[in-house]
Design a protein around this ligand. Structure first.
Ligand SMILES: Nc1ncnc2c1ncn2[C@@H]1O[C@H](COP(=O)(O)OP(=O)(O)OP(=O)(O)O)[C@@H](O)[C@H]1O
Ligand SMILES: Cc1ncsc1CCO
Ligand SMILES: [Mg+2]
Length: 264
């Protein structure tokens, strides 16, 4: 996949405006819904077991984010993944704070094992912890450079037959097709909660239109993030500017700014 394929995927996303069902955390529900709208997709935050079978029949994709987990949510998430599988819909898993507690690690592994058409998107500490290795995450924040999660990501690709996106200063998109490397974004993005969760939500939107979702999503998020950082005075205005940048992102800007390569 090259920059032209990413631009085509973005045009298709905006034309089709896929419905993305999110079971996400209380912190980022608003950020994630707005990020999906800004890029051109259609979000719905839905949790109820009673509507999930119907929902997955007409949804484009399911995004599961374990950020504010408890027993009730685990049961709903499990059922939602089963319904996505039954309807043949792709699933994106965001293993938020995976290294922080065994509840998160255990739940993320169970959901990953269950999902049939899976993309995992996490920061380096989360990907390392999900693979069962020792990570240095602090709660939901990564303390590990993204390249240190590459071996873990490759393990997860094999183990779950998944595509894995490691976000960070450099983003890595790891799958059976090889490893793509993206060097966009801005460090200030880590000072706004939920930029990673928004990336996972947008990954769901690209998965819904059937493209190499993790790469296209990381590309638009990275480029929009660096444009937003140029305009922002700090994290508060960055959050707003990021939505504007996602909304206004065009092919020329994406092509000119994208720093994409592939690992040998
Ligand atoms: N140091 C950095 N330089 C440039 N871009 C960055 C940097 N750190 C993160 N990003 C970008 O910020 C976005 C979110 O990635 P991050 O790894 O911070 O997610 P996260 O830790 O899961 O965030 P959250 O849990 O708050 O949603 C990605 O698009 C990533 O490329
Ligand atoms: C801060 C925080 N706590 C649980 S989820 C979340 C949002 C970022 O992942
Ligand atoms: Mg996160």
């Amino acid at each position: 996949m090259n920059v032209n394929a990413i631009c085509t995927a973005l045009a298709q996303l905006r034309e089709q405006a896929p419905l993305v069902v999110n079971i996400t955390n209380y912190v980022v529900m608003n950020n994630s819904a707005n990020a999906l709208l800004a890029i051109g997709a259609s979000p719905i935050m839905a949790h109820s077991r009673e509507e999930m079978t119907e929902m997955m029949a007409f949804a484009g994709a399911l995004v599961i984010n374990i950020g504010t987990l408890d027993r009730t949510w685990i049961e709903r998430m499990t059922f939602a993944v089963e319904q996505a599988n039954a309807a043949g819909k792709p699933v994106v898993l965001d293993p938020v704070g995976c290294g922080a507690t065994s509840l998160r690690a255990h739940t993320a592994r169970q959901l990953a094992a269950l999902a049939k058409h899976l993309t995992i998107r996490g920061n380096a500490s989360e990907i390392i912890a999900l693979a069962g290795q020792a990570s240095q995450g602090k709660g939901v924040d990564s303390q590990d450079p993204s390249e240190t999660a590459l071996e873990a990501a490759k393990q997860l690709v094999e183990q779950y037959q998944a595509q894995v996106v490691i976000s960070g200063a450099t983003d890595y998109i790891v799958s059976n097709d090889g490893t793509f490397v993206l060097n966009n974004g801005h460090p200030m993005m880590t000072q706004v909660t939920g930029t990673g969760c928004s990336l996972s939500a947008i990954t769901g939107a690209f998965a819904a239109i059937g493209e190499t979702s993790g790469l296209a999503a990381a590309a638009v998020m990275g480029v929009a993030g660096e444009i937003a950082a140029e305009q922002a005075k700090g994290p508060g205005s960055l959050q707003v500017a990021l939505l504007d940048a996602l909304y206004n992102l065009d092919e020329n800007t994406l092509t000119q700014r994208l720093k994409l390569s592939q690992l040998a």
